[in-house]
Write a protein that binds this ligand. Sequence first.
Ligand code: C5P
Length: 405
Amino acid sequence: MITSPLQGRVILLVISGGIAAYKSLDLIRRLREQGARVRCILTKGGAEFVTALSVAALSEEKVYTDLWSLTDEQEMGHIRLVRESDLIIVAPASANIIAKLAHGLADDLASTALLAANKPILLAPAMNHAMWDNPATQHNIAMLKQRGFHQAGPNEGAMACNETGMGRMADVPEIMAAITDILGKPGDLSGKHALVTSGPTYEPVDPVRFIGNRSSGKQGHAIAAALAARGASVTLVSGPVSEPDPKGVKIIHVETAEQMLGACLQALPADLFIACAAVADWRVADYSEQKIKKDGGVSTLALEPNPDILATIAAHHLRPKLVVGFAAETDNLMENAKKKLAQKGCDWLLANDVSNGAVFGADENSVWFMHRGAGDHAEYEHWPPQSKTALAQALAEKIAEYFKE
Ligand code: C5P
């Protein structure tokens, strides 16, 4: 049975000031009809156009209005409000809230919650056409798009101020279509088994020390969640990370590269494999059962190579149909990545530049997407900087398209 992609999802709807706020009431109803839970933040401006009472009645949830409300913060808190949401919608998104978002202001509950957001954000701008056309607004919206914000509308037409132009908020069906695009088509990966690696590996030196790296697991975990949201059954093999386990995913926690490989081999067969983990290339050859004492002076560590999990799975007789690797490079990005695509035997490779140390642990990611064309030829496209969640969704979309063919 195909269910709505909104079934069981938590949507945080920010209603800012604008006459179009009346459409947001209908949006709440439509979201609820599709099985979503809708929590709302009503800004001071928004409350001039719709009442908290109507919003509460339609959403059947408490309406949040005040950053400094002790009860609200005790019950939920602005951080939890965003953390517990699958998607945040700002509708209407006024010129003011767009400017605040672009510049990182946090002077009320809505802007503070949005600044703390780690989830996709959909903006439905609504304002007078001169405000929309103003270079300041255009610059702000361009910045937000660069950062991976989604946008529905605005559209051209007659406005409440008796003028005509660009700035009318998108109608509810258009916003609903944008939401479905972000949250994924219902179950288009159902029946597919996805195997994903994430995080670093820790290679022990002695009982208290290890060799590790700075991978946070944010990207791999986001990919596992995005695939699960589209109905895939996901096995996530994760090294030590502080990211919470994604919901609806089978997670296997490991420490070393050898354990990661073992867990991946056990999880086969799979339809697709995504090697997102930053696997240590080397492990300590002579692990010391005792803590190595410093009195012995500086000793050398003998290292031996770890198995290459990606290459092993790509060459396995149970090779998944689609094998995707990542390549973090500090120099000659394209050249090295092209080489890796061929050497590792993967179908797709997402390459990113880590020369400035920006990717590991960051919330944003910008990659070159490469795939094998005819013969040895590699084809590539640049994916602009976007949140790791947005990148995961873009990859999941691409995977769903691949399996449709
Ligand atoms: O060789 P390099 O580490 O740059 O390759 C990166 C890609 O290979 C990533 O997809 C990573 O998950 C995978 N890899 C692996 N096992 C290793 C080393 C890398 O699966 N031992």
